[in-house]
Design a protein around this ligand. Structure first.
Ligand SMILES: [Ca+2]
Ligand SMILES: [Ca+2]
Length: 325
C-alpha cells in the first residue's frame, strides 16, 4: 500500500534540495530547513533558517459524485535570519537573498513540487548523504573490501554536467572499471512512485566501448534493469526509470544504488576506462502536484537582541485524489 506524503514534508524537501544562496564572500550560505522555529540560538551556526508549517486544508469536489477531489493545502513558509557575530554579511541582506531564492524555487518547481533531483553537487569524500565508490566488477553495495570511496577531487567532477569528467581505469585482465553510486533519499520509502537514475558519460575497453548501468533491487538482492550505451567515445545519458515495485529499489537505510561499469573488461594489454561527467537520481512521490506563492510579508522582531529578521510566505498547494466510493 502506498502512502501520500504531507504537503509540508514535500515543500521542506523541495527547499532543502534547491535553495542555493551565495554569500558576498562567494561561499554557499548554510540554510537550515526545518518544520518549526526553535529560537534565536538555533539560527546560530547557520546563515539562515527556513521553517515550513501546515496552516489549513480544504476539500473540493471535482464532479457531482464527489469521487474525484482536489485537496487544497495552505502552508506557511518563514525565513529567519539574525546578525551573526563574525559574519561580514548583515542579517537583513541575507534575509533578502533567501526570500528571493524561496520565490525562485517555489515558482520554478510549482508544477512538479513532488519531484526531487538528488545529485553530488557540493559533496566530497566522507559524505554523510550520497556516496560514490570505485570497484572492478559487479558486487552488492554491501560487500566488504571491494568498494573504495572516491577521493574528494573525483566527487567534485560529478558536481555538474560540465564535461569535467571522473575517469577511472581497471588494469587487470578481466576487470571492469566500475563505479557504485548511492543516493540517499529524503522521503519515506512507501511514498515513492517513480525513480529515474541517470548516468552521463562513456566507456572504453579493448573488447568494445560502452557503459552498462544497473539498479540494485534490495528485495531480490540483485542488480537489475540493465541498460547499455556510451559506446561512441562521447557523453551519452543512460537512464533507468523504475515505476513498478518502486520501494524495492530503496534499501532500509534509504539508499538507491546505481552500478555503472564498462560494458567490456580490461585485457592483459589494455585497460578498461569509465568516464563519468554527471549522475543524478530523480524521485517522484505521491503527494502535492502543484504549489505556488500566494503572498509574503515581513514580520521582523526588533524588540530583542539579536534582531530577528523574518519574512512569512503563504504557499498554496494541491493534489487530486480518487476516494473510490
Ligand atoms: Ca557532458
Ligand atoms: Ca562533471
Amino acid at each position: 500500500m502506498s502512502e501520500t506524503e504531507e504537503a509540508a514534508a514535500t515543500v521542506m524537501r523541495l527547499l532543502k534540495a534547491n535553495l542555493r544562496v551565495v554569500k558576498d564572500d562567494g561561499g554557499l550560505a548554510s540554510i537550515n530547513v526545518v518544520n518549526e522555529f526553535q529560537n534565536a540560538q538555533a539560527i546560530k551556526g547557520f546563515d539562515g533558517q527556513v521553517t515550513v508549517g501546515f496552516a489549513e486544508s480544504a476539500d473540493q469536489k471535482m464532479e457531482l459524485s464527489g469521487k474525484w477531489r482536489k485537496r487544497l493545502q495552505v502552508l506557511r513558509v518563514n525565513v529567519w535570519t539574525s546578525e551573526q557575530a563574525g559574519s561580514g554579511e548583515s542579517g537583513r541582506v541575507m534575509r533578502g537573498k533567501i526570500v528571493e531564492e524561496v520565490n525562485r524555487v517555489v515558482r520554478q518547481k510549482r508544477s512538479r513540487p513532488n519531484e526531487t533531483t538528488y545529485e553530488f553537487y557540493n559533496l566530497g569524500a566522507g559524505s554523510q548523504t550520497h556516496k560514490a565508490y570505485f570497484g572492478n566488477g559487479e558486487a552488492s553495495p554491501y560487500t566488504p573490501n571491494v568498494w573504495t570511496e572516491l577521493a574528494s577531487e573525483n566527487y567534485q567532477r560529478l558536481w555538474a554536467s560540465d564535461d569535467n569528467r571522473l575517469q577511472l581505469s581497471a588494469d587487470e585482465d578481466g576487470a571492469y572499471a566500475t563505479v557504485l553510486f548511492g543516493f540517499k533519499l529524503e522521503c519515506r520509502e512507501k511514498t515513492a512512485k517513480k525513480i529515474a537514475v541517470s548516468f552521463e558519460g562513456f566507456g572504453t575497453a579493448a573488447g568494445g566501448d560502452g557503459v552498462t548501468v544497473k539498479a540494485w533491487n534490495s528485495e531480490s538482492f540483485l542488480w537489475e534493469n540493465a541498460q547499455s550505451d556510451g559506446a561512441g567515445g562521447t557523453d551519452e545519458t543512460i537512464t533507468i526509470t523504475l515505476t513498478a515495485n518502486v520501494p524495492n529499489y530503496i534499501d532500509e537505510d534509504g539508499y538507491v544504488w546505481l552500478l555503472t561499469r564498462t560494458t567490456n573488461p580490461a585485457s592483459a594489454q589494455s585497460p578498461a576506462v569509465l568516464h563519468c561527467d554527471y549522475v543524478s537520481c530523480t524521485v517522484t512521490v505521491n503527494g502535492i502536484t502543484y504549489c505556488d506563492v500566494v503572498n509574503y510579508r515581513d514580520l521582523d522582531r526588533v524588540d530583542g537582541v539579536p534582531f530577528i529578521f523574518r519574512t512569512e510566505f503563504v504557499v498554496k498547494s494541491w493534489f487530486f485524489e480518487n476516494i473510490g466510493v
